[in-house]
Write a protein that binds this ligand. Structure first.
Ligand SMILES: *Cc1c(COP(=O)(O)O)cnc(C)c1O
Length: 386
């Protein structure tokens, strides 16, 4: 039995000053979108080289708005990866369009850029890349394809806050960039997100999609008009206040995650046969540290063995084209072998900014027995079937 407290696979770090500031917002009489949201947007914009930014209640909402801004609708196609949180493809379906999956690159676990050209048809409108675990997709190659084929790019950069491509922070370049501040992400507003836009005109249209399409004249609703059927995606000042309290820590959080990744790499027992992520300490923000279990290992057994040792393990993500919703569209097993192999063997080890060096050691100490149990079960059930 373990005596140490349970080690979750992630947890947010909220400082006392932020907790106090949230109390002030609650006492102020203005708790939904207001001055804190405007301040949060201004600080994010400064971080992203002055590009327009609009805060939203979720990155899912941000991607829905981005698709609307890009004019993606009925019968259009959007190219994306099967290895993501299902939001990435759900928003495409909700826009009336069709997600067109292409397989992943086994090395980066991100969309295989080599395969994009072959997936482009006359109906293709946009590419939605995902930086899985915060490892950026090659932006040079991505935008070379998009520019040559006149496609919009909606970056699902939900996990990418603090990551960079060739020294440029994700969000500071590119087309439409959607970032999440969900509780599990590198910085959080509990729930929330932001969309980085190309110009002020696009930002104004984003505001319409964000809140019911309502246009105000000055500070008053007198003479108001509605020009499109917008949604309800505004962020609260309570959430923005949490986000504002996180921003000053971003660089330190990223640096700490890179240190923890380094420790995992330095100390992991490579004879266990697990496949390690791409080793990168300059571009990735190490949103997650993910291993692939040896082929055939029973992931459920591994997870329960680790849990019994007091360690939380995540699964991000099963290949989404195998979910019922996407099988109904005609996708099935064998379509994307790399994504399928990763999707059935991937596990997220604990990784968060306030994790201690000793926590990494604890995870690695528990790993051999859990991997052995997961592989032994497979051998035993194979024997039973024989
Ligand atoms: C978290 C996440 C989302 C959704 O973000 P929300 O803010 O929860 O809507 C979308 N895509 C990816 C890759 C994510 O990790």
């Amino acid at each position: 039995m373990t005596t140490s407290p349970f080690l979750p696979f992630t947890r947010p770090s909220i400082d006392e000053a932020t907790i106090a500031a949230v109390g002030e917002v609650l006492r102020s009489g203005w708790i939904t979108s207001g001055p804190k949201v405007r301040d949060f947007e201004a600080q994010l914009s400064a971080l992203f080289g002055g590009r327009p930014v609009r805060a939203l209640s979720s990155a899912t909402g941000g991607m829905e708005i981005a698709l609307a801004l890009a004019g993606v609708g009925a019968d259009d196609e959007v190219i994306t990866t099967p290895l993501s949180w299902v939001a990435t493809a759900n928003v495409v379906l909700r826009a009336g369009a069709r997600p067109v999956f292409v397989d992943c690159d086994a090395r980066t676990r991100n969309i295989d850029l080599e395969l994009i050209e072959a997936a482009i048809t006359p109906r293709t409108r946009a590419i939605m890349p995902v930086d899985l675990a915060g490892l950026p997709v090659d932006r040079d190659r991505l935008y070379a394809i998009a520019t040559a084929r006149r496609l919009r790019v909606i970056e699902d950069a939900a996990q990418s806050m603090g990551a960079n491509w060739a020294g440029r922070m994700i969000g500071s370049c590119g087309d439409l960039v959607s970032i999440s501040f969900h509780a599990n992400k590198n910085i959080t507003s509990a729930e929330g997100g932001c969309l980085v836009l190309n110009d002020e005109e696009e930002a104004r249209r984003c505001e319409l999609w964000r809140l019911q399409g309502a246009v105000r004249h000055g500070d008053s609703w007198e003479g108001m008009d509605v020009t499109l059927a917008g949604g309800k995606h505004n962020l609260t000042d309570i959430a923005a206040c949490i986000g504002l309290g996180q921003l000053p820590h971003l660089a330190a959080f990223t640096a700490r995650r890179r240190e923890l990744a380094r420790r995992y790499f330095a100390r992991i027992d490579r004879s266990l046969g697990c496949e390690l992520p791409l080793e990168d300490y300059t571009q990735s923000n190490w949103h997650m540290f993910q291993l692939l279990l040896p082929e055939g290992a029973e992931r459920g057994v591994f997870i329960s063995e680790m849990r019994a040792a007091g360690i939380g393990i995540g699964v991000h993500y099963p290949a989404m084209h195998l979910f019922t919703l996407f099988r109904r569209l005609g996708f099935g097993p064998g379509d994307f072998p790399v994504a399928e192999r990763i999707g059935r063997s991937i596990v997220s080890l604990p990784m968060f900014a306030v994790m201690q060096d000793g926590d990494v050691d604890r995870v690695l100490a528990a790993l051999p027995a859990a991997v052995a149990a997961a592989t032994k079960t497979r051998a035993a059930s194979g024997a039973r079937r024989a």
